[in-house]
Design a protein around this ligand. Sequence first.
Ligand SMILES: *Cc1c(COP(=O)(O)O)cnc(C)c1O
Length: 413
Amino acid sequence: MNTSAPLPASSWLHELQDRLADLKDQHLLRVRRTVAPAGGPLLQVDGQPMLAFCSNDYLGLATHPALAAAASEAAHAYGLGSGGSPLVSGHSTANALLEHDLARFVGLPRALYFYAGYATNVGIVPALVGAGDALFSDALNHACLIDGARLSRATIHRYPHADLAALEAALASSPARRKLVVTDAVFSMDGDVADVPALLALCERYDALLLIDDAHGFGVLGGPNGQEGRGTLAHYGLTGDNASPRILYMATLGKAAGVAGAFVAGSDALVEWLLQKTRSYIFATAAPALLAKSLQASLQVMQTETWRYNHLQQLIARLKAGLAPLLLRKPWQLLPSSTPIQPLVIGSNAAALDAMEALRSRGLWVPAIRPPTVPEGTARLRIALSAAHTLLDIDRLVQALAEHAASSTEQQH
Ligand SMILES: *Cc1c(COP(=O)(O)O)cnc(C)c1O
């Protein structure tokens, strides 16, 4: 029996249908597909096998047997759920050991392990700054840094992407005593790397703190010869004895590390402060120990299977070389990126969706990224490479793009 009162005709709840229809008309309606792994970079998408170039599993570790074995052993030893927030009863010995390993791996004094990256940034930014303080944010920062900034109530200064002169001008004119600069280390939709040494120099000059989000650099950049994925600070030599007390390093563990979660690392005092003050840490159930155990295994694999780094570099080079002739013929632009994120800017939303469809019909899955995630007019295919790809996989992608380019050019004539 339905006892609820009918919606009045004037109710705002009726608008939702119209607004959903508008999103669809503007090509902005997001679609979820159900996926299952089908071996290596293959995904079963809505039942169809597809060669996927959409995963942030840059090293191919999400299906690594050593990680799965660690998880299943830990499930038996620790059980599944952690049962509580970290400050009550959820901080398992596995999670404590992982924090120790993470800090060592990235070469910083101390780390704090979170269940998700989004929750980390929306929590730590308000723990650091509040009303009356100033926050300086790169225009291309990830949504969770933006949301954290809003939640903090600090005065927000958004500077144009990577524009150090604009940042310096904003820092110089801010009267706030506490200043926080926040930036992605590797930009998630462009693949470029922030100039961390230059940002740090500005932070030193204006007594600011620097928070860097290395979701796409951790596991990908850094380490001896760039082969151990110790992250963007290691890439710039800003770890160990060269670590700055002004830098707070954040990275996620669901991308290259192949599992889930995130961590922040920095000086003992900064990390202790976050442990005391981050609401998304204090009032949330701790991550399960089985994840921490598989993450410890992931860190091991990164240090032993260094072939994954060399292979990724080969894949990136193959893609660039393969696309070069195409870019002479089409108004497409491959953004300059040395990371596994290789964005191919197509332009309009409709053209980007067309390209995605054309690839899909050939069994390839590359997501079209549209505004508001990226600026108007720069809708793109975000090609994400993984050590799980082969050189032949790259050739297949290049071939399919060439075919689409040829047929879409014909249609214009
Ligand atoms: C994915 C991502 C996050 C969010 O991390 P989750 O663990 O997925 O919640 C944060 N920052 C950046 C730059 C990201 O790309």
